[in-house]
Design a protein around this ligand. Sequence first.
Ligand SMILES: *Cc1c(COP(=O)(O)O)cnc(C)c1O
Length: 424
Amino acid sequence: MEMRNQNELFNKSKELVPGGVHSPVRSFKGLHTTPRFVEKADGAYIYDTEGNNYIDFCMSFGPLILGHKNTAVEQKLVSALSRGWSYGACEPYSLDLADYLLSRLKFVDQIRFVNSGTEAVMTALRLARGATKKNKIIKFNGCYHGHVDSMLIKAGSGLAGTSAASSAGVPEGTAQDTLILELGDKEGIINCFKDHKDQIAAIIVEPLPANNGLLIQDKSFLEFLRQITKDNNSLLIFDEVISGFRVAFGGMAELTGITPDIVTYGKIIGGGLPVGAIAAKKEIMQNLAPLGDVYQAGTLSANPLAMVGGLETLTQMVDENYAIVNGYTQKIVTLFKKWLNEYNDGQFSHYSLISHSSLFWIVPGEEINCVDKIPTDITEKFNPLFEVLLNKGIYLSPNAYEVGFTSMAHNDELIAELEKRLWN
Ligand SMILES: *Cc1c(COP(=O)(O)O)cnc(C)c1O
C-alpha cells in the first residue's frame, strides 16, 4: 500500500472535518504527536499509513473482544455481503442473533436492535418514561451513557440536586429532568426519591463504570439501586454497552445476579459493526411500537451484516473464554505494573493499575473508585506516559479517562511481544 504521511493526512482532515475527527476522543487533543491513521488491523495489532505497527489496547474502544479481523467473523461477513447489505424488511439474520442472545441472557425476554449504544440508551430512557408515565431520570456523575441530550448533564452549581447541561446545545428544560448524584451516595438517592416523589422513571447506571476511568462499585450499591427503584415503582436501567459480553456473557447482570428492568447493549454486540440493543422482560418491551405507544424506529436497524458479525463474535465467546481473556489481562496488568515501577528510574512508579476482567485503567496515584478522587492533573500526567508507550509500539486509548481493553488475541505470544517492547 501507498505510504501516506500522517501529519499531512491530519492537516487535510482538519480542513474537511471538525477537529479532523468523527469522534472527539480520537483527536489526540493535548498530545504532542498527531493521531495515527490506521490503515488496517489484525489480531492485537493496528498498522498505520507510514508502515508502523502497534499493540492495540484501545481495540475500537471495546467492541473487538476477539481481536481485529477474526477469521471466522471475516468469512461470515464476506458471505453475508455477497447476498446484499440492507433490506429494510424482516430477514432471518437478526432473528438468529436475537434467538442466540436470548437463549444465553436468562434475565430478559425480548430484544430490539438499533445502530449504536447512544441510540440504545435514548430508547431505553423513552421506554422507561413511557412504561412508568414518569419523567425524571437519576444519572450518576462519572457514568457515560452516550451523547443523548438528557445524559449530557452535570451537577448544577447552585443548590444540591440541581443539574446543568455539560454540552452547549442541550436545553435547560431537558437538563431539569435529569437528576445527578454521586456513585455510592445512598443517602443522596434516598433523599432524591423523597424530593421527587412519584416522578422518577428510572435510575440509569453503568454497573461497571468504565468511561471515566474504571470506578469499580460495590455489589451492595447495585443491590441498593435495585431495591430502591423497586420500592418506588421506578425502573433500573443497566447500561451494559461496555460491560455486556465483556465481564461475562451476560455482563454485570450475570456477574452480580442483579436483574435490571432494562439493559442496553452496544460495542461487543456487533463485534465491531454498528449495533446497539435494548432488552427487557416482555411486559416492558411490549410498550414499544408497533405494539405499544413508545415510538422507536430505524432505517438501518438490524443491518444484516452487523447481525451476522455480531452473531459469529458472540458465538465464539463461550463461557470458558472469559476466564482465558481475563487470565491474559492479569498477565498484561502485571507486566505494565512492573514496567511502570522500573521505567526511567521510577518516572512512572506512582501510577496504579486498576483492572476488572478484560479492562484496565492506568491512573496516577492510589487506586480509586469515585470521581472526586481522580487527580485534577491526570491528563498532564497521562500524556507523557501515552507518548512513551506509543514510541515503543504500544497503543493505549489516547485519553487519560479511557480504559484499556484486551481481547482473545492478547494471548501469550502477544504478551511475550509486549514484554519485549516495554523493556526495549
Ligand atoms: C460507548 C458507550 C455508550 C455509547 O455508545 P456509542 O455506540 O458510542 O453511541 C453508552 N453507554 C456506555 C456505557 C458506553 O460505554
